[in-house]
Design a binder for this molecule. Structure first.
Ligand code: 9MR
Length: 470
């Protein structure tokens, strides 16, 4: 039976890869548009960090298992500047229209730990399989409150081989169908969700560390799928949530995810463009995920499977760039991750860091939980720590066109069109830059404690800023 399952899985991969190939062959490879999420000063941000954390799904208070010392350790080891911080709707709004200010205070306390260290925080309204009330295993389903969960008594299996398969269970599909009001019976639920976002935005709009809001993790359409879902109920939810958020917070970024299934593997998304009702340029970003299908099916990033993963990575890149172009939005890869103990895992992380560098995408690894996928396993640093601790410009005083790190030559080159938004800040890890770095131009100051080189360059023209060890 296992053999048969593998065979079917293989056929699915081949179809997806071939399908993507046909789609890609029919059109030119799109070029990265160089749009960036910007900080308060307008500097382009290269966001580099983690999802924190999956543990928030199952703790009673909806907070991740995280201490300030954990944040400090992460900074010291990897110099990250970004966190996709998991919120749970069940914790935000324990009963309809009541927002838990104590929960939001605790979230604020954690944001403070990041703020102290110069991080940007994206708040992610997380869900998997709708809610904690829905699935037999408490770990898998999370997000929505019980009061927003309507399954009409439809069944949910109790023992499926992978957690994603629960998405096809009748009870789970019905819960989503009620939320999207596909059933016509619960028009209030999407409004509640949008208003919950308003409450969150109202709480965090003035927090300088909060860069913005990821409106829904890995949206699933229930019985409405693909383009019908993304241009239909999902777009409706996004428009309503954007309106609610903007009624209190004109400035934070709003991050929109495509449908997860398929798009995470490299298939095209149909997510439309959204208006941003703020004065000044839109602050709407596209925040897809990346989980190459061969790896989802248990293969490694080696040999023939590596070739398939590289191809799917190619389709994924092209299709993500096309959607972002339609949306005129910068891109932040909200999730990618794998079991780091598997062969080839480090190579894949490095490959994805290169792809995101080349395409000007920010990135957040899944996830900052202790274990084989995470940077630390039973508290011990694993291979991800080294792969993730690489030199990068945290913020650029202009529009970056190219960021290339040559590992052999220990040379980081940042090509950018300088503007007057401020100095460029570069993180330099201890391993390759033990005494800090020097800059090929401008006036550089080295902060040894933060391992950040701040470079004041000319404020106009195209510059090639080269950073080498001191
Ligand atoms: O890694 C997570 C796993 O332990 C959980 O059982 C599962 C269901 O809650 O979620 C996994 O995390 C997923 C995330 O929530 C959404 N994107 C894909 C992640 C990896 O499967």
């Amino acid at each position: 039976q296992m053999k048969r399952a593998r065979w079917i899985a293989g056929a699915v991969v081949a179809l997806v890869v071939a399908g993507g190939g046909v789609a890609a062959a029919a059109r030119e490879a799109p070029q990265p548009a160089r749009r960036y999420v910007t900080d308060d000063a307008g500097r382009a941000l290269i966001l580099h960090g983690f999802n924190t954390a999956s543990s928030a799904k199952s703790t009673p208070d909806g907070l991740p298992e995280l201490t300030e010392a954990d944040v400090e350790r992460e900074y010291q080891d990897m110099g990250t500047n970004f966190v996709r911080f998991l919120l749970q709707w069940r914790a935000v709004e324990p009963s309809p229209g009541t927002y838990d200010t104590k929960y939001l205070d605790k979230v604020a306390e954690r944001i403070g730990w990041y703020r102290k260290r110069g991080y940007h925080v994206m708040l992610d309204m997380h869900q998997d399989l709708w809610g904690n009330g829905i699935t037999p295993s408490k770990v898998a389903g999370n997000g929505a409150p019980q009061w927003a969960t309507f399954m009409d008594g439809l069944p949910v299996a109790t023992k499926l081989p992978t957690w994603e398969m629960y998405y096809l269970e009748p009870g789970v599909i019905r819960a989503f169908d009620h939320f999207w009001n596909t059933t016509g019976e619960h028009p209030e639920l999407m409004d509640r969700y949008a208003k919950a976002w308003k409450a969150v935005a109202d709480r965090f709009k003035d927090d300088p560390a909060v860069i913005g809001y990821d409106l829904m993790n890995e949206p699933w359409g229930g019985s409405v799928q693909a383009a019908a879902f993304e241009t239909g109920p999902l777009a409706t939810l996004y428009r309503r949530s954007i309106a609610e958020i903007r009624s209190v917070d004109p400035d934070s970024w709003i991050f929109l995810e495509p449908q997860a299934v398929g798009v995470n593997w490299g298939l095209p998304s149909a997510l439309p463009a959204f208006d941003d009702p703020r004065s000044g340029p839109a602050r709407i970003a596209f925040a897809p995920h990346l989980y190459p299908l061969p790896l989802d099916l248990g293969d490694d990033y080696t040999a023939g499977s590596k070739e398939w993963v590289d191809r799917t990575l190619g389709w994924w890149r092209d299709n993500i760039l096309r959607t972002a172009e339609r949306m005129k939005a910068p891109i932040v890869l909200g999730e990618f991750g794998l079991d780091m103990t598997r062969p080839g895992a480090t190579d894949l992380v490095e490959r994805i860091l290169d792809v995101t560098d080349e395409t000007a995408m920010g990135r957040a690894y899944w996830s900052r939980d202790d274990g084989p996928w995470g940077p630390y396993d039973k508290g011990k640093a694993g291979p991800l720590v080294e792969a993730y601790a690489r030199p990068y410009p945290r913020a650029v005083g202009g529009v970056p066109l190219r960021v290339v790190y040559d590992e052999k030559a220990v040379k980081l080159t940042i090509t950018f069109d300088a503007n007057e938004t401020g100095a460029t800040e570069v993180y330099l890890p201890g391993k390759s830059f033990p005494n800090g770095g020097k800059a090929s131009m401008g006036e550089a100051t080295w902060d040894a404690a933060k391992r950040v080189l701040t470079v004041k360059t000319k404020t106009s023209g195209r510059l090639d800023l080269v950073i080498t060890p001191r």
